[in-house]
Design a protein around this ligand. Sequence first.
Ligand SMILES: Cc1cc2nc3c(=O)[nH]c(=O)nc-3n(C[C@H](O)[C@H](O)[C@H](O)COP(=O)(O)OP(=O)(O)OC[C@H]3O[C@@H](n4cnc5c(N)ncnc54)[C@H](O)[C@@H]3O)c2cc1C
Length: 498
Amino acid sequence: MIKTVVIGSGFSGLAAACFLAKEGYAVTVLEKNSTAGGRARKFEANGFMFDMGPSWYWMPDVFENFFKTFDKKPSDYYTLTRLDPSYRIFFSKEDVWDVPAGIPALCKFFERVEPGSSVQLLKFLKEGEYKYEVGMQKLVYKPGLSVSELIDTKLLSGMLKLHVFLSMSNHVRKYFKDRRLLQLLEFPVLFLGATPKNTPALYSLMNYADMSLGTWYPQGGMHKIVEGMVSLAESLGVTFKYNNTVEQIVVENGEAKALIVNGKREDFDYIIAGADYHHVEQELLPEEFRKYDEAYWNARKLAPSSLIFYLGLNKKLKNLQHHNLFFDADFNKHADQIYENPAWPDNPLFYICCPSKTDHTVAPAGFENLFILMPSATGLRDSEDIKKKFFNLIINRLEFLTGESINDHIVYCRNYGPNDFVTDYNAFKGNAYGLANTLMQTANLKPSIINKKIKNLFYTGQLTVPGPGVPPALISGQVVAQFVIRQHEKSKQREFVN
Ligand SMILES: Cc1cc2nc3c(=O)[nH]c(=O)nc-3n(C[C@H](O)[C@H](O)[C@H](O)COP(=O)(O)OP(=O)(O)OC[C@H]3O[C@@H](n4cnc5c(N)ncnc54)[C@H](O)[C@@H]3O)c2cc1C
């Protein structure tokens, strides 16, 4: 059997492991932490269950396609609930929107805000649908290794319609005027880790994902997806080893022969690195075998890091939904302090997930589970003082905006900041979401899945194609596994011919 190792049990590593095991490879996943899931781990405390990272379940088709390859369905592992409203937006204390699920309800909603905008919304989403379909069929499942991958008649003939060279910011302004509608339509690109001005309008496909495909929630939490994938992987014969930190990749005669794991050498035929790309290259590989140098990494635009608070409250809150976006501060100022002039924000936007609104298993009865996330620039170091400052600022604003007492009801609190991303995931500059999806960091322009200096080492995860987010991480694992399988078949054929 072909001995293959996957470094890291994030979504990309889990997906790669499943695809390789299905083809008969002997797969071991080595994970430095004590549980699976990487940035999507969970923890339990005082009767609460917290998802540590992702909370938005978008693009259900990607999960369906993944499980379908193994003759499974998401429902074999978890039950999905469609959220309605999809989310709540606080523009101010008086101006609070519940964004409804489903196109007819959205059209009515838009029309009330800006007369005529429902017709515009339908046109806008039709374009988004085209981009989503072309993107899914022709772009994201590609390894991003050659320009020839992009030579496809549908892709080329539709290039203008894909709006690759138009910014998201300009694109939405062609359709809508109301400041709040613009913010609503620009918010999904924040998932891509860049500002709407720097994000190609290709990514209005995210609006189609949001509004047409919907916002879902797996009962039991996002970690149910991880549990499902681990269970699938184990059924395919994958071995998981936790608390196994990879310390070095041993290269001999141009091949990655082995890994040093917790001080011991283990030999493998193929190595798939699902840990942060920068860490693998700069810290695990000898310098002469690195594909990129530190200057390259420092020139990359990273998606933000985050300051997170996991709270348990001993009461129910009336004025929050499952997902809540706080847009009551100046977005441009906060974005400037994330991307252009990195600094802790003066007046941040933030996001709160309250999964106990939908799921009674994540908090004791009558209690509420809150996940508070404030995006921040990468490369900053946090401290107890900084965390305390933002905690107080956010809780005060939250109490003001919701008109509810919160501070006095906190029975559990844990914080998590950029330093933790570095310690827990070896995250470059403490990034939470990998690389920003700017035009110059899209598709073939991302760090490559191969290393030409080492023929049996491959990379997957949110710092390579197709990018950040749970669905892209699943796709990344699939893309790299299928590439490895093809490469292996080719090398067997060559050996046979010779
Ligand atoms: C706070 C937060 C909120 C998010 N919200 C959403 C959301 O709502 N929806 C969405 O779709 N996406 C969201 N994302 C993004 C999404 O979670 C990530 O893009 C995705 O989980 C990344 O998966 P990955 O496999 O690339 O990396 P990771 O999950 O980071 O996996 C890499 C793994 O490698 C391990 N590792 C590192 N170094 C070593 C080593 N030397 N040896 C062994 N193991 C090692 C790490 O411990 C980790 O388990 C969010 C991310 C964060 C951080």
